[in-house]
Ligand binder design. Structure first.
Ligand SMILES: Cc1cc2nc3c(=O)[nH]c(=O)nc-3n(C[C@H](O)[C@H](O)[C@H](O)COP(=O)(O)OP(=O)(O)OC[C@H]3O[C@@H](n4cnc5c(N)ncnc54)[C@H](O)[C@@H]3O)c2cc1C
Length: 417
């Protein structure tokens, strides 16, 4: 059988693609996966990016979707505070990308190094990928330079991206002698998961109360009060006299040798174990590529399509965005992923996008068996996302915790199944 040049190119490109998707970084030179038809590249396979990649393929299987994600497996931040208290394990929060592959998403385990909006290319390794539309969901990065002594974060245990650091912090907590002091620092808003530090406070306090009754937990919060679900957390903490919560205590310095943190007012607080959650900004790739707003911290977007207001044909979703009245939550990132996939599919087909608001439900565990929750509903008004209402559960309960388990199972499958 005679093979035409076109067939040969198609076959060899597919073979190259398989090699690359297997992680052959050395082959990432030049235009290493030449574009055939319409292609969307997704940067980041977390809550926003994984969802967008899957729903693009569900919406229009003729679109080639390439997902760039350096991590080999997805690890969920939601529920990761339960790993600290020993209630869950990290493997129970770890999910393979095979589900996305089954939908035809080309998962490439490599980081995007740069974006070139003018020529619609993403640089990967020493090569590049061409795109028709780009979706960027890189999550957050840390502003270590605002904490004197933190360096580039080499010794900082934040555990604010689930993975090795979660295991390290769990080990430090669980192996600390009874009577030692655990210090948790909360950064100023805006940061990933507004209730997250307070859920963590509850988990650590529950663990210490149960296992190390002579230990205490000092929480140094840069904010004036608990940022989210305030009354419900305050009620839950009545069961934890081991919490010493200090509002308006922004940590500006750390000394790992002396094991002391210093607040902006000069108070020095000794720690035995330190969980320092640094101030945050959008993932570096977004800011490096000119997608940041005037503050060079977060990325402004259109509220209907999530297209960047800084670059055409590039959409930014998830924690990296700013300007919407929504929390930086996995649930919101998942919502944005679906809405953006729908908008991009229509835009590529020459159709107008359909305005759709996101939604949010956020659970927080306050012990090993009880949780609280908040639900936010939104609408689109004059092309802007507007909050309609916010509802909190009346009290903590085991029933809400069961609902949380159902939420997690369902949304993990929605993203990656
Ligand atoms: C302790 C904790 C508890 C939480 N609990 C909840 C909860 O109960 N409910 C809830 O809704 N939310 C919760 N969240 C928040 C939730 O995890 C985030 O809002 C969500 O992860 C945001 O999704 P994202 O896609 O923006 O970022 P991520 O999910 O972090 O995904 C970003 C991805 O981009 C990748 N990436 C970064 N740079 C590049 C690059 N250059 N090239 C390629 N890939 C790149 C990263 O490897 C990462 O996989 C919690 C967070 C924490 C820390």
């Amino acid at each position: 059988m005679r093979v035409t040049r076109r067939q040969f190119l198609r076959t060899s490109t597919a073979a190259l693609g398989v090699g690359l998707l297997g992680g052959c970084a050395a082959a990432m030179q030049g235009d290493f996966m030449p574009k055939g038809g319409k292609r969307v590249v997704v940067v980041g396979g977390g809550w926003g990016g994984a969802t967008a990649a899957k729903y693009l393929r569900l919406g229009d299987p003729s679109i080639e979707v390439v997902l760039l994600e350096p991590n080999k497996e997805f690890i969920s931040c939601p529920f990761s505070n339960l790993v600290l208290s020993g209630v869950r394990t990290l493997p129970s929060l770890t999910i393979s990308y095979d589900g996305l592959r089954a939908h035809g998403v080309k998962v490439l385990h490599a980081p995007a190094v740069a974006i070139e909006p003018e020529i619609q290319r993403v640089r990967v390794g020493e090569g590049f990928l061409q795109y028709d539309r780009l979706i960027v969901s890189p999550g957050v990065d840390f502003i270590f330079e605002q904490i004197d002594g933190a360096g580039q974060g080499e010794r900082v245990v934040h555990a604010w991206k689930a993975g090795d650091q979660t295991v390290t912090l769990a080990h430090q907590l669980q192996s600390m002698p009874d009577g030692d002091v655990f210090v948790l620092t909360v950064p100023p808003v805006a940061f990933r998961c507004p209730p997250g530090p307070y859920e963590r406070t509850s988990q650590i306090a529950w663990y210490l109360k149960t296992n190390k009754p002579k230990s205490k937990l000092i929480v140094l919060d840069a904010n004036q009060n608990i940022v989210s679900k305030t009354g419900l957390f305050r009620a839950a903490w009545k069961a934890y006299p081991n919490i010493d919560y200090r509002a308006s205590n922004k940590v500006t310095k750390v000394d790992f040798g002396e094991r002391v943190v210093t607040t902006e007012f000069g108070d020095r607080v000794k720690f035995d174990v330190l969980n320092l959650i640094p101030p945050q900004r959008a993932g570096a790739i977004a800011l490096r590529s000119g997608l940041g707003g005037d503050d060079q911290r977060w990325c402004p977007v259109d509220h209907v399509t999530y297209e960047s207001t800084k670059a055409r044909n590039i959409h930014v979703i998830g924690d990296a965005t700013t300007g919407l009245p929504v929390p930086k939550s996995g649930n919101v990132a998942n919502s944005m992923g679906k809405i953006t996939a729908h908008a991009v599919t229509r835009l590529l087909a020459g159709k107008p996008p359909v305005p759709m608001p996101p939604g949010n439900t956020c659970y927080s565990w306050v012990s090993d068996r009880e949780a609280i929750a908040v639900v936010n509903a939104y609408k689109i008004e004059n092309n802007k996302v507007v909050q309609i209402e916010q509802k909190l559960t009346p009290a903590q309960s085991p029933q809400v915790a069961q609902n949380a388990v159902g939420w997690a199972q369902s949304i993990w499958h929605d993203m990656l199944g």
